[in-house]
Design a protein around this ligand. Structure first.
Ligand SMILES: [Zn+2]
Length: 247
């Protein structure tokens, strides 16, 4: 694995990473070395790609790949980097099963979520959604569009055992929902369909104070009965804890 990484790091000029691989000490007084490997995703690095991560998105208007003609949104990545950050993928690649030799791994998330996942693999950093004025001035559809990839990643992280993605995506979701609580009604349905019970709970808590309005305005009609009951229970708890559920 180290040999493969050395070739990749050399070709992509990933200096701090090369120093680490050759066990060289950084020079005194130089900035703290960053292990950002995202330049391995450029054209030079992609020549060394040995696997493709393919999103579930079927088509994306105007989307094309710089390296191949596959029109399904995908990213050319490196097994060596994926498996160093994910035990699940390490197990898959080493399993000897049919999937371990596959050139394409289909990931059941949108292209927007896949981009963030790949960024995390190569930089150990999950990109944040727009914040501040950009977020405040965004309409609801825009906010949901930005938030949904984190819900998908939170779901994937459970299967791929990516604890740091799970934590980072959770923090983003809760912070965004806290600043736009009315979006909880849309996010809770998504969380419910993905069986993300912790997220269902927190979204139900955010909806609890407006339960009566939601019920009276028939906004809950299309919700699953069990889900309505969860929101109702949250509203009871909210009232018992001193909140004011009444109109
Ligand atoms: Zn391609």
């Amino acid at each position: 694995m180290v040999k493969k990484l050395k070739i990749l790091a050399k070709r992509c000029n990933l200096q701090p990473f090369l120093q680490l691989l050759y066990r060289q000490c950084p020079e005194w007084g130089t900035p703290f070395p960053s292990l950002n490997l995202t330049s391995a995703l450029n054209s030079v690095g992609s020549c060394f790609s040995d696997v493709i991560l393919e999103a579930e998105t079927n088509e994306l208007v105007g989307w094309t790949c710089n390296f191949c003609s596959n029109s399904v949104p995908h990213s050319h990545v490196h097994k060596v980097i994926l498996q160093s950050g994910c035990e699940y993928l390490q197990g898959l690649f080493r399993s000897g099963m049919q999937e371990s030799h596959s050139q394409v791994i289909k990931v059941a998330i949108s292209w927007e979520a896949l981009i963030k996942l790949v960024q995390w693999f190569y930089s150990n950093n999950l990109p944040n959604p727009p914040a501040g004025c950009l977020w405040d001035n965004m309409d609801d559809e825009g906010k949901l569009f930005n938030l949904q990839p984190y819900v998908e990643l939170n779901w994937l992280a459970e299967f791929w055992m990516l604890e740091s993605i799970q934590e980072a995506s959770w923090n983003v979701i809760v912070s965004c929902l806290d600043s736009a609580r009315h979006l909880s009604a849309r996010i809770i349905k998504m969380a419910y369909n993905l069986s993300l019970w912790k997220l269902v709970d927190i979204a139900a808590n955010f909806m609890a104070p407006s339960y009566r309005q939601l019920r009276d305005s028939s906004d809950l009609e299309e919700f699953d009965e069990a889900l309505v009951h969860l929101i109702y229970s949250a509203s009871i708890r909210f009232a018992q804890e001193g909140g004011n559920c009444s109109r």
